[in-house]
Ligand binder design. Structure first.
Ligand SMILES: [Zn+2]
Length: 145
């Protein structure tokens, strides 16, 4: 399967069985999973959305109180959800193209996207337990070998 490096944004091809063995990027040699949400803009988003690994996207803005409340909840979920998916953050003030493309009307809004296709969406700052339940419900299983 294809996944994009969070550091150099190059695509890596990896057997799914190696996902949980702390894989490194073939180009920059850094870890492909960092246990923390990745900030993406219009440009870097494209290289991640075009890969096979599902993305869980937190659309947020710096002026939004509930978004700031939700940030540590999202952060704590990252090491639990990797390597099944990558958690990413999109600042809707900066990445206005993405906010328009995904028709984000309120923030925070969470989306699960795979191969550019939206699988699920929920609006509002979920408590940690609900976030994990929602992810469990909607994340696709890892592909078999
Ligand atoms: Zn890299």
């Amino acid at each position: 399967m294809l996944l994009t490096c969070p550091h150099c944004h190059r695509k890596n091809r990896l057997p799914p069985a190696r996902l949980d063995q702390q894989p490194h990027c073939g180009a920059c040699k850094q870890l492909l999973f960092t246990g923390t949400p990745l900030e993406l803009d219009d440009q870097s988003f494209a290289s991640h959305a075009g890969a096979d690994l599902p993305l869980v996207i937190d659309f947020w803005a710096p002026w939004c109180g509930p978004c700031r409340q939700f940030a540590p909840v999202f952060q704590q979920a990252a090491p639990l959800v990797e390597p099944r998916a990558r958690l990413v953050k999109v600042n809707t003030e900066q990445a206005q193209g993405l906010a328009a493309r995904f028709a984000i009307r309120s923030i925070p809004t969470l989306l699960i996207v795979q191969g550019g296709r939206e699988l699920a969406r929920v609006s509002g700052a979920l408590p940690g337990g609900e976030l994990l339940r929602w992810l469990q419900q909607h994340l696709p299983p890892l592909p078999a070998e």
